[in-house]
Ligand binder design. Structure first.
Ligand code: NAD
Length: 432
């Protein structure tokens, strides 16, 4: 195979000594030198955007810049009788519009009814090397009071806020190489997502667990399968609102497809996450934690399936539900640190992490409804392409009102492609 000169001259050395000690501007300049970055790119990355570099520099390591993702507002959303404007951070077109449309279609029938199973997080402590795992399990369970004391001692602040240790579970699992004794501590983390909180407790407990059992403790960390922190949403769409029985039945069939087939369920759930992750991101929460929870919960029966359900109620209306782990917080992590996250919370006017989680579940369901409806009727591309056409128009250099005009032409021609866009832009400009 021939390696061109371009590739060779692009060889970069990723070993840069003292990178973490530099200021963001110095790091950016270093990267510029290292990869030969062009001036315009450096200027773009050097702009603070809505996150100032000082803040960014304290959030993660080796900061050079920040990336801006559009925040769109979902309208028409009513959750438990209260209207809410929902900020969604996403790079994908059609996501915000789908929520607005879906929410409008169930607004008059009550919007979204939501609930929450609790705000409990689970941390795991892995114990190996015990010859009597069943007895070890009982020995750990005997120490419940002591375990509660140690956990709550880690976080008096959380206890004052009504949270803290709630329950203890010990499981013996069969793993390659022999049995492991897995302790679960179950902690109410209130308005925090709680990863750091429960990790601290698990680490503090570990030496005692080794001592009580004579085994060796390895891992001490939360489980992202947060199945004691489930957010639920439900909504009813009347036949009038959705456009008749044929649409409804197509949507039910689409749901049943996802319920029966993991290949379809993955895409079905990805659509739900389009809504969910956008709010999780906009509020500075951990998108990966919520995603890991969603997909592991979807596979809890041993077979991966749909997170949502659709049925026909006694009146012939379509009823949709969504139930999934929603470990999000109002404090902790980046939520308090990122100024845009704080602004996003202000827009929604939420006072507790559960309220936020419930809004997210409602929007996840709305997003899912929108995708199913589009798929069961006109297909997803029509709506998608209209917005995608704007992107393509900008890629080929359209500016100002050219963007709108060019996008319209591409959609009408049903050819949303860069080559066509370039030709049409030239023609448009030729017309003057
Ligand atoms: P944190 O430790 O920063 O904040 C939680 C603490 O805030 C609580 O322990 C409590 O002392 C205090 N607090 C103040 N007001 C509170 C209130 N109203 N309710 C509850 N607590 C209150 O953050 P965290 O939520 O424990 O951890 C979240 C962070 O952990 C995220 O950034 C996440 O990315 C990260 N993380 C995730 C994983 C994972 O998902 N596997 C693992 C490690 C870390």
């Amino acid at each position: 195979m021939h390696h061109g000169d371009d590739l060779m001259s692009n060889t970069v050395n990723s070993r840069i000594s003292g990178f973490h000690k530099m200021t963001p501007a110095e790091r950016l300049a270093t990267v510029q030198r290292a990869v030969g970055l062009d001036g315009a790119s450096v200027e773009q990355l050097g702009k603070p955007g809505s996150l100032d570099l000082h803040t960014a520099d304290h959030m993660i390591e080796n900061v050079i810049s920040s990336i801006s993702i559009p925040i769109g507002i979902a309208t028409n959303v009513k959750v438990d009788g209260r209207d809410v404007l929902v900020p969604m951070a996403t790079e994908e077109s059609s996501v915000v519009a789908a929520v607005c449309n879906s929410a409008r279609q169930c607004y008059d029938s009550g919007g979204f009814i939501t609930s929450m199973s609790g705000t409990l997080m689970i941390a795991q402590i892995q114990l190996v090397g015990v010859s009597d795992p069943k007895a070890a399990r009982i020995r750990i369970l005997e120490q419940r009071d002591k375990i509660e004391e140690v956990c709550n001692g880690c976080d008096p602040m959380l206890v004052r806020l009504g949270g803290g240790f709630r329950d203890l579970e010990v499981r013996v699992i069969e793993a390659e190489g022999g049995p492991m004794v897995i302790t679960h501590i179950i902690v109410d983390t209130r308005d925090a997502m709680g990863a750091n909180t429960v990790n601290t407790m698990a680490e503090r407990l570990a030496p005692s667990i080794a001592e009580w059992t004579g085994g060796k403790v390895y891992l001490r960390i939360l489980s992202n399968l947060a199945d004691r922190r489930l957010a639920r949403a439900r909504a009813t769409w009347t036949l009038d609102a959705i456009g008749g029985e044929a649409v409804r039945d197509g949507m039910i069939s689409a749901y049943r497809f996802a319920a029966a087939d993991p290949y379809r369920a993955a895409t079905h759930n990805k659509g739900i996450m389009n809504g969910v992750s956008a709010i999780v991101l906009a509020t500075g929460n951990d998108t990966r934690a919520v995603e890991a929870g969603a997909h592991s919960f979807a596979a809890r029966s041993g077979r991966y399936t749909s997170l949502s359900t659709y049925e026909v109620d006694a009146d012939g209306s379509l009823v949709g539900t969504l139930e999934m782990p929603m470990p999000v917080g109002l404090v902790g992590g980046a939520t308090k640190v990122h100024p845009s996250a704080q602004a996003a919370l202000k827009i929604m006017g939420v006072a507790t992490a559960s309220e936020l989680a419930r809004i997210i579940a409602a929007v996840g369901l709305a997003q899912n409804f929108g995708a199913l409806k589009a798929l069961a009727t006109v297909g997803i591309q029509q709506g998608h392409m209209a917005l995608h056409a704007h992107n393509v128009a900008m890629v080929v250099g359209a500016v100002g009102d050219e963007v709108q005009r060019l996008a319209k032409i591409l959609v009408e021609k049903r050819q949303v492609r860069q080559d066509v866009a370039a030709e049409e832009l030239a023609r448009l400009r030729g017309e003057g």
